[in-house]
Design a protein around this ligand. Structure first.
Ligand SMILES: NC(=O)C1=CN([C@@H]2O[C@H](COP(=O)(O)OP(=O)(O)OC[C@H]3O[C@@H](n4cnc5c(N)ncnc54)[C@H](O)[C@@H]3O)[C@@H](O)[C@H]2O)C=CC1
Ligand SMILES: O=C(O)C1=N[C@H](C(=O)O)C[C@H](O)C1
Length: 232
């Protein structure tokens, strides 16, 4: 498969390494205004840039009829517009706040736990996310997806970075050195705490999942998620 990498930082470089080892080729790379290669030669584009650049990069791919796998977080206020555009252009698109298989299994576990905890009202749910100090957005996209998985079962309507309320789940973002990504969901009562944690040991899981999504998306039309890719 011929890949375009839109964004060539920590994730772009990890994806390049693992894609080459699977026999794929990189025909285009972009780092802000600088780019090398020809975008239209790509079978699929993988977009990991920053919250300000994601929408214009995705649009550029739709304009040139190139399927897009997007992992950039922090741009979701524009998600509905991007989906409408994808449908208008008959494009191909997958966004995931986290492409790692482990985190996608964790999302399922999180929803199951939220369902199990539903009748036990003395427990207060909270989410903690820890990432490296270069991370631009807070809370992490993954923490937002985790909150969305809890909301239907815990009589909440959303999340907050402030104090927890009747309606909102508290998310606590922490930034520490080179932490790759650790997410913990806790249910705390006066008596005890129940916790589940996913801890990424490297960026390889995110990159492998994004490549798997690109392989899956090639030749397909429409808007998909990692649930479609993994069949879970
Ligand atoms: N969905 C997932 O599984 C994961 C998502 N992420 C997200 O991916 C994004 C990138 O993460 P990192 O690679 O760690 O960041 P990074 O800061 O190391 O790399 C971003 C790169 O994008 C480049 N860039 C800036 N403007 C650009 C533009 N207009 N077009 C193309 N490239 C541009 C920068 O020069 C930089 O090299 C972040 O939003 C992060 O939260 C990170 C890891 C996993
Ligand atoms: O910026 C990162 O590094 C990560 N970002 C994603 C997020 O915001 O959830 C995924 C992963 O946790 C690493």
């Amino acid at each position: 498969m011929k890949l375009a990498l839109l964004g060539f930082g920590k994730m772009g470089k990890t994806i390049e390494k693992l894609a080459l080892s699977k026999g794929h080729t990189i025909v285009y790379k972009s780092m802000s205004s600088a780019s090398e290669g020809i975008l239209t030669e790509a079978d699929v584009a993988i977009e990991f840039s920053n919250p300000e650049s994601a929408v214009s990069n995705i649009t550029k791919c739709f304009d040139q009829d190139i399927p897009v796998v997007c992992g950039t977080t922090g741009w979701l206020s524009d998600y509905d517009e991007v989906i409408k555009l994808c449908k208008r252009r008959n494009g191909s698109f997958i966004y995931a706040s986290n492409f790692s298989v482990g985190v996608n299994l964790f999302f399922k576990l999180n929803s199951e736990l939220a369902k199990l905890m539903q009748p036990w009202e003395t427990y207060e749910v909270a989410i903690e996310e820890i990432h490296h100090t270069e991370k631009k957005d807070a809370p992490s996209g993954t923490a937002i997806t985790i909150a969305e998985g809890i909301v239907p079962f815990q009589n909440k309507t959303g999340w907050t970075l402030e104090e927890a309320s009747e309606e909102a789940i508290k998310i606590i973002p922490k930034r520490i050195d080179d932490v790759k990504g650790t997410h913990t969901v806790s249910y705390t009562s006066a008596i005890d705490t129940i916790k589940i944690t996913h801890e990424a040991h490297s960026r390889d899981g995110f990159a492998k999942g994004a490549i798997l999504a690109a392989e899956w998306l090639q030749q397909k039309k429409g808007v998909f998620t990692m649930k479609d890719v993994l069949g879970i």
